[in-house]
Design a protein around this ligand. Sequence first.
Ligand code: NOJ
Length: 755
Amino acid sequence: MIKVKKVSFCLIMLLATISCHKQTQNLSESEVITKEPMVKLLESMTLEEKIGQMTQYNGFWDSTGPAPKDGDAKEKYDHLRSGRVGSMLNVSGVKEVRKLQEIAVNETRLGIPIIFGLDVIHGHKTLAPIPLAEVASWDLEAIEQSARMGAEEASARGINWTFAPMVDISRDARWGRVMEGAGEDPYLGSLVGQARVRGFQGTDLSKNNTIAATAKHFAGYGFAESGRDYNAADVGTVTLFNTILPPFKACVDENVATVMNAFNTLNGIPATGDEYLQRDILKGEWGFEGFIISDWGSGAEMIAHGFAKDLEHAAILAANAGSDMDMESYAFVKHLATAVDSGKVDMKHIDDSVLRILKIKEALGLFEDPYRYCDTEREKTIPYHKDHATLVRNMAKKSIVLLKNNEEILPLSKDQKNIVVIGDLAQEKTSPLGSWRIGSDDGTAISVLEGFEEKGVKYKYKSGPALISQPASFINEVKINSDDRSGFDAAVKAAKKADVVVMVLGEHGFQSGEGRSRTDLGFPGLQQELLEAVKAVNDQIVLVVMSGRPLVLTWAEENVPAIVQAWQLGTESGNAIADVLFGDYNPSGKLPMTFPRDVGQVPIYYNKLNTGRPGPSDLVFWSHYIDESNDPLYPFGYGLSYTEFKYTAMKAVATGKQVEVEVTVANVGERSGEEVVQLYIQDKVASVSRPIKELKGFQKIVLNAGESKVVRFTLDEEDLGFFNTRGEFVFESGEFAFMVGPNSTDLTTAIIELK
Ligand code: NOJ
C-alpha cells in the first residue's frame, strides 16, 4: 500500500515534468499521457531492474503461507523482493495474487506492479468447448463472447493476462495441439484469432474484467514435422507468408497486447532466437507495439537445438532477436546483465523491451491500481455452472458437427423406447473438459448420461470396458486400457435388445493438447472392437465421437447410420449433446479441419496445390495412393443439418478488380436451421502455383423451413492477391474461379477473367 502511494507520487511528479516538457517539445496530448511516464520510469531503472521486468517466473510457493527459507523458491522470493521479477504465471486466486503484488509494490525500490499470466484457453472456471470445437461453430460473435467469459472469470481471480489465442495453423491431426487452434485455414483462423483477442481484451484494457491476450506461437509451431510436438518445422516463404503468418498479423491489427514465440525451429532457427521473425517482421514491418514473451524455457532450449552454446549465449541470442520476456528459462535473470556489460547485447534492445512491457502494464491500469484485479467480492461472484452455463451450453451446441444421418435416424424422440447408451465416455465428467483447464475442477462437466436425464429421457447404460487404466493427469501420459475387457459382453448383450444404441466413443481429454501427439487416429483401446461387436447385433447405432482432433472414422462412416462429432465440449458437454440428439437444437457446425480416411494421408488439407499429375488415370503414374483414395473422409467446411439447404442461381460479376458473388440458399426441409455459406476462390494461373481452393468468405445464416435468402460476397484485390516467393503481396490479373457451397467440396463454380 505504502508503495502504491510512492508510485503514484512518482507518476504525479513525472506528469508535472512532462507538462513543462510539452511546451518545449511539441508533443501531442496522447504521447504525453500514454508514453512519457513509462519513459521516465525506464530512465530511473537500474540494469538489474530492467532485466527484472524481462523475467517471468512460474508461481513458486504458496504465497499465502510462510515464505520458504531455502532452495529455488527462496531464491525466486528474493528476486521478487529485489525487483528482478516483472511477471508471474500460474498464480491465481485473489488472495495469492494480492500477496505477491504487495511484495512487488511495497518491497521493491520502484514498486512496479507485476503482470500475472495464465493459460485461459477456453474459459477458466466454467469451460467452453475446446478452441478447435468452437471454431466448428463458424460463429465469430459466439467465439468472442466465449473468450469474454474466460476473461471475466480469470480477471476476477486476479489474472490480467492470458496466453491465448493460439493461432497456429495446422494440417496434421497427429499433432495434439490442434485442439487449441482454429484448424487448417488461415482466413478462418485470422478471423477467429481476432474475435478471441476482442473477447479477452475488450475495448478498454484497463477495465478490471478485461485481460491482455497473446497470439501464439510465433511461428510455425503447427507445422511440426510428423505432427510430433516440439519438432522442427521446415516451410518455404510462400507457406510462411500465406498460411502461417496471416492469423498473427490479424491479431496484431486487432491490437493484441503480446505475442508468444515458439519452442520449434523454423527453417533451422529456433523461434526464440529468430531476429527475422521477431524484429524484422513482427516489430518492424507489422509495427507490433506490445511485447514478446518466450514460451516456457524456450530460451534455454536453444542449447538443445544446437543454436546456443550455453545459457548466456541463449540470453544474448534471445534478447538480440527481440524476445522481450523470458518465461522460466532463467537466461535473462542470470546472464543478461553480463551480456550488456560486455557489449554483446545493446542497451537499446533492453530499453525497448522494458518500455514495451511497462506500457502493457500501464494499459492494464496496474500503475493506477496494482490491485485492480484483486477484488475479493468480485471473485465471489464468479459463477460456477450458473450464469455462464447458458453461454457455454450454446457455444457447445453450435460446435457439434453432424457427420452422418442416414434415414434420418436423428433426432431421436424423447419418448423413444429402449435406448441403450454404451461407452465409458458417456459417464465422463472430466474428460469432456479437455486438457487445458487450469482454473477448473475435475468432475465438473455434465456427462452425456446427465444430459439425457435433464431431458427426462429413459435409457439403459452399459459402459463397456474402461477407456483408461489409470487416472489421467495433465502431466503424465494417458494409460489406455487395452486388455481389461470387463463390461464388454454386457454392453453387447444390452445392445442386442435395444431399439437404438447411442455409442459414446473417442479420445480421453488428456489425449490431445501439449505433448500429446498420436500416430494412430483411431479410437483408442477396445472401443473399435466394441463398436464392431455392437454393430454385429444391432444396426441402429448413433455414434457420438468425443475427441480433441479429427479421428479416422472410416469404418464408422461405412457401417453406422448416424455420426455426431462432439469434441470435448466443456462444462455443459452432456446437455449440449442431448440438445442435438433429441432435436432441441438443429446442428449447424462445420469442420474446421479435414477428417482423413486414413492416418497415412496426413497432413491432409483442402487448400492444397495441384500436382502436375492430378489424375485419375488408368496407369499408376499419377499422384495417388495405391491403397487408399486421395479424398478425405469429411472435407473442411463439412457438416449436416436436420434440414436441407439448396444452393441455386450462383453468379459472379466483376467490376474492375472487385468481384461480387451471390447465391440463393433455400431451406427445403421441414425445420428451421442455420447454414454456413462458404466462398472459395482459385487463382488459376499465377507466378506462384496457387491452392486449388482458398476460403475467402463465409456467412452463417438462419432460414426457416421453406425460406430462402440471397447471400452476397464482395472480394477485392486484397482477397485475390497472395504473397510471392519474396514475401511480397501481389495481385496478378487473369482467370479466377469463384466457388460457393455448403463445404469445401460441394461447390458451384463461376470463372471470371480479371484484368
Ligand atoms: C507451454 C505452452 O506451449 C504455451 O502455449 C503455454 O502458454 C505455456 N506453456 C505456459 O503455460
